[in-house]
Ligand binder design. Sequence first.
Ligand code: GTP
Ligand code: ZN
Length: 375
Amino acid sequence: MTERKRKIRTDFRKNHQGRVRRGDLTRDFLKENLADDQVKEERVSGKGDLTRRRTVVGHDAETSEAGFAVQPQADAATMPGRVLSVHGLASVVQAPDGRIFQCSTRGVLKSLSTDLRHVVVAGDQVIFAQSGPEEGVIERVEPRRTIVCRTSRNRQHVLVSNVDQLLIVTSAAEPALKPNLIDRLIVEAERMQIPPIICINKVDLVDPADLQPLAGVFGQMGYEVLLLSATQGLGVDRLRRLVKGKESVVAGQSGVGKSSLLNLIEPGLQLKVGRVSTENEKGRHTTTVAKLIPLEAGGYVVDTPGIRQFQLWDVVPEEVAGYYRDLRPYVSQCRFANCTHQHESDCAVKDAVADGRLDVRRYESFCHLFAGDEA
Ligand SMILES: Nc1nc2c(ncn2[C@@H]2O[C@H](COP(=O)(O)OP(=O)(O)OP(=O)(O)O)[C@@H](O)[C@H]2O)c(=O)[nH]1
Ligand SMILES: [Zn+2]
């Protein structure tokens, strides 16, 4: 082992061990995470049973300021399509057969919203009438199942719709693992009712066994956790299977390996992603123009600089506990109905931390978020 690698491992252990309650991780769990890639079983340590709940957060909420419709003209041939991106009043729409159409939006439809940017967004399922070989007119926007929003001046801007999952990409080292940032992004996912997939990349830089406690805590809450290495190709098959046929939004700080992973899922994707970034930098909507990038195996990824960092919402402190799945069950048992779980007596949350039913690190990260600290 090189000196550098040894140092990374020691630092990792110093920073993360003892701060996370040892989750009960089975051989099966690690196998599931690493089997695709034939990781040797000797590297696996950890005993006990892990009951992995795979409850997915419901994501069929009708988020409907969409769903506008006007009757299509009787003589026009209409077809369904998916909006890949929106540039001002023009939308790029993909038909089911893969053909791409530049579409405008019917005037009546536009007048139905006070905020033009809400009428059509990337991700929308639409019905459009073909008006030329590669042109069309959007007649109808179907109700949105899920939305990713940004709030500014108390107004909600929908950035992308019909998202199936949020890929939270983080790295085991370089940059150092930030479990609190994962928690924060999970809060965003819970709030939007979009299931998160926690991707811990660069596991080649640490001993994967060191990640077990943390991965175990997330796994026990029912979240999907992937241990990955883009450089060694670990876990990539599983990631590829999970994104197939889905619309996935990618989030995570700079340098964790998002582009490297995307490029492994589909060679050439990084190139397309790169192009999107440059386009956006020049454009008016510098950081937030979302674009769906179709995957050859089916599905889309949305990898947009402004969404990557995910500083989209102002977190309301009182709401945070409701988005911590592990903490939520205790909240109603606190003595005070408006308990903040910080300094109150007879707090069921603090009791749960004290007797080990609730992970200490998760509770501490909750307190940081509650206080409005940056993750
Ligand atoms: N050791 C190791 N290095 C990796 C791995 N994945 C990516 N890297 C390296 O990490 C650096 C950053 O990777 P990127 O894919 O550009 O990261 P990113 O998240 O897309 O970064 P931004 O574009 O800044 O958001 C590159 O030098 C990669 O070679 C990995 O699994 N292991
Ligand atoms: Zn309490």
